[in-house]
Ligand binder design. Structure first.
Ligand code: 13P
Length: 253
């Protein structure tokens, strides 16, 4: 069975000092018998501080982005090898803010996914439609295209090598969570597409996260959907109590 996973995407919040304080609070709060897996994705600059706090912890250290090349003249960029050396296990790729604000293309995201996987990092491939695309009835087409391009030739065997996050752009940071019916439809479709691309065994093992205005008050209902295996949390992950409440909503028992 897929173990639920909840990742806090801290975006451009929390320098090393504040990141350390939050990760300590989250890690201590987790001491209950919660079985869902938890991860945090700090800004690059805070990764070493968080990594040091997590030496004996099950909390997964994630990054928010990386460059596809191994090394070279790419000012301002960080490679997969650098992330693994710093203790990172998973990396968000293709987040809608990367796509819209920084011009990342499907093709580039595919290269990043391949580079991450080749280094043993688990890519968290983020996909999702804009409001205009949804209004035009293009949601599944857009998500399908982003999924296929992001996956590229990446091998997937039991599914543990990959996480896919469905984040409708119109639900990110807006307080407008997608309805359970909308999430259910898209997650089912993504599972079906993964089955077509990589077969039923691989597709059955990939964890599909929902992201977009997840809060303690709506997490349980969303996480109860059959093809939702947890969440990718922005704003509500910046405070230990609300992140922990969301994490507990994903518990397996
Ligand atoms: P919010 O939870 O703030 O809507 O952000 C979602 C997100 O973008 C997580 O990656």
């Amino acid at each position: 069975m897929r173990r639920p996973l909840v990742i806090g995407n801290w975006k451009m919040h929390l320098g090393p000092r504040d990141a350390e304080a939050l990760v300590r609070a989250v890690d201590e709060g987790r001491l209950s018998s919660n079985e869902a897996q938890a991860g945090v994705a700090p800004p690059y600059i805070s990764i070493p501080a968080v990594s040091a706090c997590l030496a004996n912890s099950e909390l997964l250290l994630c990054a928010q982005n990386m460059h596809q090349e191994e090394k070279g003249a790419f000012t301002g960029e960080v490679s997969a090898a650098m992330l693994t050396e710093a203790g990172v296990k998973m990396v968000l790729l293709g987040h809608s803010e990367r796509r819209t604000l920084f011009g990342e293309t499907d093709e580039q995201i595919g290269l990043k996914v391949a580079a991450a996987a080749a280094r043993g990092l688990v890519p968290v491939l983020c996909i999702g439609e804009t409001e205009e695309q949804r209004d035009r009835g293009e949601t599944l087409e857009v998500v399908g295209r982003q999924l296929a391009a992001g996956l590229g030739d990446m091998p997937v065997s039991d599914g543990s090598e990959l996480v896919v996050a469905y984040e409708p752009v119109w639900a990110i940071g807006t307080g407008r969570t997608a309805t359970p019916e909308q999430v259910d439809e898209v997650h089912r479709a993504i599972r079906g597409m993964l089955t077509e691309h990589r077969g039923a065994v691989a597709a059955g093992g990939v964890r599909l996260l929902y992201g977009g205005s997840v809060k303690p008050g709506n997490a349980r209902e969303l996480f109860s959907l059959a093809d939702v295996d947890g969440g990718l949390i922005g704003g509500a992950s910046l405070e230990a109590r609300s992140f922990l409440d969301i994490l507990f909503a994903a518990r397996t028992e």
